[in-house]
Design a protein around this ligand. Structure first.
Ligand SMILES: O=C(O)CCC(=O)C(=O)O
Length: 267
């Protein structure tokens, strides 16, 4: 097993609360290529890699907001497994994999990738939800998400919000909340709303949260003039098994081995 980047207290925090924040896990110079690459893609200086989705914010797509720049139009890019700057630079970063390995074990697959761009001037909220909804395999304890702040994230610009301890519950049914503006596939856990025990995770650039796929989390509106950006990946043990009747999401979102060995009966 690789060396863990976590202290015993940090692991205990993850176990009890369902997440742990590692401060300054990436340096500013390590983050810069990710923001630059994102801007190059949205400004059409670099074509999106095969399989990548560049998603516009719903308010822009529906004409309710006229963005001043291309970057102001975009909610996120996802599935960047064919973009070497983002995938090799972030998802395959040995430090991040050492962290993920603590939860997945030694044989690690990357299962989802995103760079979330919360521009000023749109609603952009992400309702409280559980990411396990998107992963048709188990056990949940061998899946982990990582989310790294590319900017300072505060309550004012829509930082990540978590409900500690909810990783010990079940996967809840999800639905579209009754909001006027909701980005595509931003489902919320049914009946959760603005949970009274939610905690706002203020983060500095490079701070990285590792979180359990059952942890209820989301994010608020960006009420500043600047952008709130983060890069995120999910990992699972290659030994996870598909739920009965479930299938991989296909070529579009391949589960790719990033450390260790394949498991013939695994994902
Ligand atoms: O970065 C955000 O605003 C929230 C992202 C998130 O929770 C998700 O995409 O599952």
């Amino acid at each position: 097993m690789s060396e863990t980047p976590f202290t015993a207290e940090e692991l205990c925090h993850y176990e009890n609360h369902g997440y742990v924040v590692k401060r300054r896990f990436f340096s500013q110079s390590e983050l810069e290529p990710f923001t630059k690459r994102f801007l190059a893609i949205v400004n059409e200086e670099v074509p999106p890699a095969p399989g990548m989705t560049v998603m516009r914010d719903v308010m822009v797509a529906k004409g309710a907001v006229r963005p001043g720049t291309r970057a102001e139009a975009i909610a996120k890019i996802q599935d960047f497994q064919n973009d070497p700057v983002l995938y090799d630079g972030y998802v395959k970063h040995p430090r991040l994999l050492d962290g993920a390995e603590q939860f997945t074990g030694p044989d690690i697959k990357s299962i989802h990738t995103m760079l979330i761009n919360k521009p000023p001037g749109v609603d952009g909220r992400h309702p409280l939800h559980q990411d396990l909804l998107y992963f048709p395999f188990r056990p949940a304890d061998q899946i982990v998400g990582t989310w790294t702040a590319l900017e300072r994230c505060t309550r004012r610009n829509g930082c990540l919000v978590v409900v500690p301890g909810t990783h010990r519950g079940e996967l809840l049914p999800h639905e579209n909340p009754d909001w006027e503006w909701l980005n595509l596939a931003y489902f919320g856990a049914k009946g959760v709303g603005a949970h009274p025990e939610r905690v706002h995770l203020g983060m500095e650039p490079g701070d990285t949260v590792f979180f359990h796929p059952l942890l209820i989390h989301g994010s608020g509106q960006n009420r500043t003039e600047g952008f709130r950006r983060a890069i995120s990946a999910h990992y699972a043990s290659a030994a996870c098994s598909f739920l009965p009747g479930a299938k991989p999401i296909g070529k579009r979102r391949p589960y790719l081995l990033v450390r260790g060995s394949e498991h013939p009966a695994g994902i």
